[in-house]
Design a protein around this ligand. Structure first.
Ligand SMILES: Nc1ncnc2c1ncn2[C@@H]1O[C@H](COP(=O)(O)OP(=O)(O)OP(=O)(O)O)[C@@H](O)[C@H]1O
Length: 234
């Protein structure tokens, strides 16, 4: 499998403070990588460096072998970002939001294709024509996933995707992520949800104070063991 995301000694300083310290990591196509760590451990900083929202102080972030910082426009086309709360237009419905945001990214699709993206993202058809203001957090997230699909992104970054989701919505979210990964999409998520990380992730990283301390394969560890390792690490 090809390496889609790569960090090479990736480092970020804010004045004297080091938020990310020499992160080296390779993530392959079809992987779901979950990054755990306490508040302030450096998870969002890592994502922001891959997104090109921040410039590295040292080292580099690469997407499909292309370094992010000097090639921001090219790498942005390969990725999508789903924040903790997906910002959409409350007075537009699901289809209209998807149409708007996919056009912003330079794509124009007929209604049946937009519908297919929403279905692939797990949004029930009955909701497609409802105004976003009536959507739950899980439904908004599905529109976010549909936008990522419409952009043809290879990599989807997610920040705290399961926070505030009920167990049913979390289980649905897990299934959708696994389907996306089976289609070859790469998912990188920052999360505090240890149980979900074991369930959905193919690999899990644990960060402490800007350093990646452990990476483990999810099939080699139980949720209880991961929780133990996490508590010993942080
Ligand atoms: N713009 C900034 N200026 C100064 N320090 C910053 C800035 N952004 C982040 N930091 C610091 O960098 C560290 C890492 O922050 P980051 O947001 O990456 O953590 P996190 O692991 O995502 O935390 P959380 O789980 O709370 O989202 C924190 O100590 C934070 O205060």
């Amino acid at each position: 499998m090809s390496i889609v995301l790569e960090a090479v000694n990736l480092t970020k300083h804010y004045q004297q403070y080091t938020a990310l310290r020499q992160l080296s990591l390779s993530i392959h196509a079809g992987e779901i990588f979950c990054l755990l760590g306490q508040n302030g451990a450096g998870k969002t900083t890592t994502i922001n460096l891959f997104l090109g929202f921040l410039e590295a102080s040292d080292g580099k972030a690469l997407i499909n072998g292309i370094e992010v910082t000097p090639n921001n426009t090219a790498t942005k086309k390969m990725i999508a970002y789903i924040p903790e709360v997906v910002q959409l237009y409350g007075n537009l419905n699901g289809i209209e939001n998807l149409d708007f945001f996919s056009r912003l990214a330079g794509f124009s699709y007929p209604p049946e294709v937009l519908t297919a993206f929403l279905e692939k993202a797990g949004l029930q058809e009955a909701a497609h024509h409802k105004r976003l203001a009536a959507y739950s957090k899980g439904m908004r997230q599905k529109v976010g996933i549909a936008i990522a699909l419409s952009k043809n992104a290879d990599v989807i970054f997610m920040d705290e995707p399961t926070s505030g989701l009920d167990p049913m919505a979390t289980a649905e979210f897990t299934t959708i992520c696994q389907e996306l990964a089976a289609d070859g999409k790469t998912i990188f998520m920052a999360t505090h949800d240890i149980f979900n990380a074991v369930n959905v992730g193919s690999r899990i990283g644990i960060m402490k104070q800007g350093s990646l301390i452990h990476t483990v394969n999810s099939n080699s560890i139980s949720a209880i063991e991961l929780q133990q390792l996490y508590l010993e690490t942080i």
